[in-house]
Design a protein around this ligand. Structure first.
Ligand code: AMP
Length: 543
């Protein structure tokens, strides 16, 4: 018997209905252990909140207008009903549930297989009309509750995905395995569905790091004061420049090389000048690094380099004007040997044995053995020197640490420019004044608190006129509700905002406000899940 999507929905609802971890685990484990292989794989992926596994490069690309068209059609409601409902829920999935209500569904009830097949077809379809047709077909068959989740997944809402750890733990529990093993298989395969299957069949130990299957990148924790470094772990410290570019994971085997972004997208085409030099390094490897451009030995500001970023295929002209370099700072695999569990010191030795040639370079690095005031003095000097080289600041790493994919820990610390910027997401935009009358140039932005986005400030755009014009079009196409002067927008534009101070304030829902906020740049490389959090804001504000 094929598993009904309705049972998946009931499980997801049960998990959301309780705040108790044990109850969440029990609901999930009971459900997952009841499924056959193919259904288990689909159910686990959907519980993670995404239509496809992490390693998969496919996207649904269903636009906001197609989605709302189909919804209005399915529910028989009007545009203003939808706007009012969005005001209440701020979540398109919940809007779908409310609008559809009791309107009857048609055809056979949905199975998990139907849902997976529909997502495959939508991703494969080219053009708006065919995608809309497919979406209409599946929503016709969905109940209000089912539509609520389908739409959340299609719209990429962050609010359905269970925390990775929670899901891994429930899978471990469902099949009597340990959580570490499930987490490791997930990380290595990039597919929670495959990890669940392996947990079921007792083959969690099999997967190893595979070429051309990117894994999560290790992340760093910000330190707000240099003194803090010494409190995180004892000497020695590995100190590197923090390069301000695009993170890239490079996989090379045989005569193929690929670069992947932190969201697992293949970005090789954007940096064609790196391919040959990377291929010339013999053997196989996976390295972690940053792509950026240098001019006369100094890093070019990210905003200048960024013009290349949005382009899938980079024209020859831009390539000669702003040739990219890759700065390698870590190695995860070499000639068939996985190095994730090898301490950083040893990984760096292996990395530095690679015969790299320009424009592929090694990151500047050194080892510091001191602590206390000496450490702070050295870090201060190094920070200034790194800034002088056009870099963003410093990374301080624990030489004993393994490479922890996708984890943000205390083993990598980042010391950024004057420590006074936050990565935030735009939630609303407003028409400007004077010569900016015709563009949406004032942005309201939010930080993250768990699954919630909380506004923290508003600023005039400090972007270039061209960027503002492009973003104006983008925001017009991604408007949630148009109030005239102001419009709320789909929260998926990440920007970096600089400020002088953060203070408690009742002006914004985060409970904090910034003094002199200014928008520094767009951060298309950063997903909303990785913007700064309320916790960081509290620390900066000191309360
Ligand atoms: P942030 O983007 O501000 O959260 O800082 C973390 C990012 O710094 C990483 O994801 C890398 O893209 C980048 N980075 C630059 N230099 C280094 C380095 N030497 N080691 C690790 N990450 C670095």
């Amino acid at each position: 018997m094929k598993a009904r999507f309705a049972d998946w929905v009931a499980t997801a609802d049960a998990v959301r209905a309780t705040t108790k971890k044990l109850e969440k685990h029990a609901a999930l484990a009971g459900y997952l252990s009841s499924l056959e292989d193919a259904d288990l794989e689909i159910a686990a992926r959907l519980l993670a909140g995404a239509p496809f596994p992490r390693k998969d490069e496919r996207v649904l690309s269903v636009g906001w207008s197609a989605l709302s068209d189909v919804l209005l059609q399915r529910s028989g409601k009007k545009g203003e009903d939808m706007a009012a409902s969005y005001q209440r829920h701020a979540d398109l999935g919940d809007v779908a549930g409310e609008l559809i209500g009791d309107t009857p569904r048609e055809g056979e009830p949905l199975t998990l297989g139907d849902v997976a097949k529909a997502f495959d077809a939508i991703a494969a379809a080219r053009g708006v009309a065919p995608k809309r047709e497919l979406l209409r077909d599946i929503l016709r068959r969905a109940t209000a509750d089912e539509a609520r989740y389908l739409v959340k997944i299609v719209a990429g809402e962050t609010r359905i995905g269970l925390r990775e750890g929670l899901l891994e733990e429930a899978i471990a529990r469902a099949f009597g395995r340990d959580r570490e093993g499930v987490g490791r298989a997930h990380m290595l395969t990039g597919d929670i569905g495959e990890a669940a299957l392996r947990a079921k069949h007792g083959t969690l130990d099999e997967p190893t790091l595979a070429h051309f299957r990117p894994i999560g990148m290790m992340l760093a924790t910000p330190v707000l004061q240099l003194e803090e470094v010494g409190k995180r772990f004892p000497p020695p410290y590995v100190v590197e420049d923090k390069y301000d570019g695009i993170r890239a994971q490079v996989h090379k085997a045989g005569d193929r090389v690929e670069l992947y972004s932190r969201t697992f997208d293949r970005i090789t085409n954007r940096y064609p000048e790196l391919v040959e030099p990377l291929l010339r390094v013999p053997g196989s490897y996976v390295i972690d690094g940053e792509v950026l451009a240098f001019s006369e030995g100094k890093a070019i500001p990210f905003t200048d380099f960024q013009t290349r970023l949005g382009r899938k295929n980079v024209a020859a002209e831009l390539r000669t004007k702003l040739p990219s370099s890759l700065v390698a700072f870590d190695i995860l695999e070499r000639d068939g040997r996985a190095l994730l569990d090898v301490p950083l010191t040893d990984r760096q030795e292996i990395l530095r044995a690679l015969p790299l040639e320009s424009p592929v370079l090694f990151a500047r690095h050194q080892r510091i053995g001191t602590s206390g005031e000496d450490l702070v003095a050295i870090l201060e000097r190094e920070f200034a020197a790194a800034r002088g080289r056009g870099n963003e600041g410093l990374m301080v790493k624990d030489p004993r640490s393994p490479y922890r994919p996708g984890r943000r820990g205390m083993e990598w610390l980042k010391v950024k420019r004057a420590l006074r910027t936050l990565d935030v997401v735009v939630t609303a935009v407003e028409w400007g004044h004077g010569k900016r009358r015709a563009v949406l140039s004032d942005y309201t932005f939010a930080i993250r608190d768990g699954e919630r986005l909380l506004n923290i400030g508003k600023a005039y755009s400090g972007l270039t006129d061209k960027e503002i014009a492009e973003m104006t079009t983008y925001f017009q196409e991604h408007t949630l509700h148009d109030y005239g002067r102001v419009r709320t927008v789909i929260p998926d534009t990440v920007i970096e905002v600089a400020f002088d101070q953060i203070q408690p304030s009742s002006r914004h829902e985060s409970g904090y406000a910034m003094r002199f906020p200014r928008i520094v740049r767009l951060r298309p490389d950063k997903p909303v899940t990785e913007i700064d959090t309320l916790e960081t804001v509290r620390q900066i504000a000191g309360r």
